[in-house]
Design a protein around this ligand. Structure first.
Ligand SMILES: [Zn+2]
Ligand SMILES: [Zn+2]
Length: 163
């Protein structure tokens, strides 16, 4: 398991000005509400775009049998681009489920299960057979996004869980 290091910009940005005040020396102070910054995730052809808001929970590389079998299967699909490491591991960035937002192309996403009884869904963009993410039928509160699909590096996970 590889964990992302805690470097990089804070995933917050000013949204709008809430108030402007002056301190005792007459300096103007602008108070802004903050929003979570989105990191863009796209399929290889760009038809499917999603956004992950704020910091991920953690970054991992998965070597389980399920990910290896599914990885080989998806990478063999026509036009699919590889998304696993040379060692067969699958780099995943884990986000809270409620921090994922569809931007466009949701219609292209196709659900794939290794077994019908499996709670794990892999979502593949049919437009270019790109593996996008995994979610779960059993109420897990997170989704695993294939790191290969990130347009830029996601912000680092928080040091403490209170972030
Ligand atoms: Zn695509
Ligand atoms: Zn796995």
């Amino acid at each position: 398991m590889a964990v992302l290091t805690n470097v990089g910009p804070a995933p917050y940005a000013p949204e709008r000005t809430v108030a402007e005040i002056e301190d005792s020396e007459g300096n103007r102070i602008v108070i802004s509400s903050m929003r979570l910054v989105g990191t863009s995730i796209r399929c290889a052809c760009g038809a499917v775009g999603i956004e992950a808001l704020g910091r991920p929970i953690v970054g991992v590389v998965c070597y389980c049998d399920d990910c290896q079998t599914a990885g080989q299967r998806i990478e063999r699909m026509p036009g699919a681009s590889p998304f696993r490491g040379n060692d067969g591991g699958t780099p995943l960035i884990v986000y809270r489920r409620d921090r994922i937002r569809d931007l466009h192309g949701r219609d292209h996403l196709q659900q794939m299960k290794q077994l019908n009884s499996s709670a794990t869904n892999r979502w593949v963009a049919r437009c270019c057979n790109g593996a996008m993410m995994m979610d779960f039928d059993d109420g897990k509160h997170w989704v695993d996004i294939y790191q290969a699909r990130f347009e830029s590096d996601p912000p680092p996970p928080p040091v403490s869980s209170s972030d």
